[in-house]
Design a protein around this ligand. Structure first.
Ligand code: 5GP
Ligand code: ZN
Length: 136
């Protein structure tokens, strides 16, 4: 289940070298080449899934357990002050490499990074409308 044109398939399966932090049968965790902070890493499944919509349930379960394990280990080793898990799906959501990956981003007091969004100010009616759309 690889895509021959996918750079993360090549990295996850060892065809292209990377700075690996962890590897098992299903995943490789590597340092991001353009890190947001010191230690920014990516969890890559070895199989090619373009995004979360394509990710099988079993891989989805395993990826969160691995994220927890890596977060705990990296926090201990890096002595960081907080941690962001980020996962982008689709170009409009900021995805640039179309092989599922979960960003592990250690955060440090005053690290100067801004990961976030501008808050909207919905009315109670607008909140209810969107709740209905999603749940009905
Ligand atoms: P996205 O924007 O798709 O969520 O994240 C893609 C991430 O992959 C970016 O943070 C970028 O720095 C990283 N990246 C892109 N190409 C490579 C590569 O060849 N090697 C590594 N280690 N990271 C990469
Ligand atoms: Zn791939």
């Amino acid at each position: 289940m690889r895509d021959d044109n996918c750079i993360f398939c090549k990295i996850a399966n060892g065809d292209i070298p990377s700075k690996a932090l962890y590897e098992d049968d299903d995943f490789k965790v590597i340092l991001d080449l353009g890190p947001a902070t010191k230690g920014h890493a990516l969890i890559l499944p070895k199989n090619h899934y373009a995004n979360i919509y394509k990710l099988p349930d079993e891989a989805a379960s395993k990826v969160m357990l691995l994220a927890k394990k890596m977060t705990i280990r990296m926090t201990e080793k890096l002595n960081c002050d907080g941690f962001n898990l980020v996962q982008n799906n689709g170009e409009d959501a900021g995805q640039t490499v179309f092989h599922f990956h979960l960003h592990l981003i250690p955060r440090y007091k005053n690290d100067g990074q801004t990961l976030g969004w501008k808050s909207m100010e919905p009315t109670p009616e607008e909140l209810e409308d969107i709740r209905k759309i999603i749940t009905e």
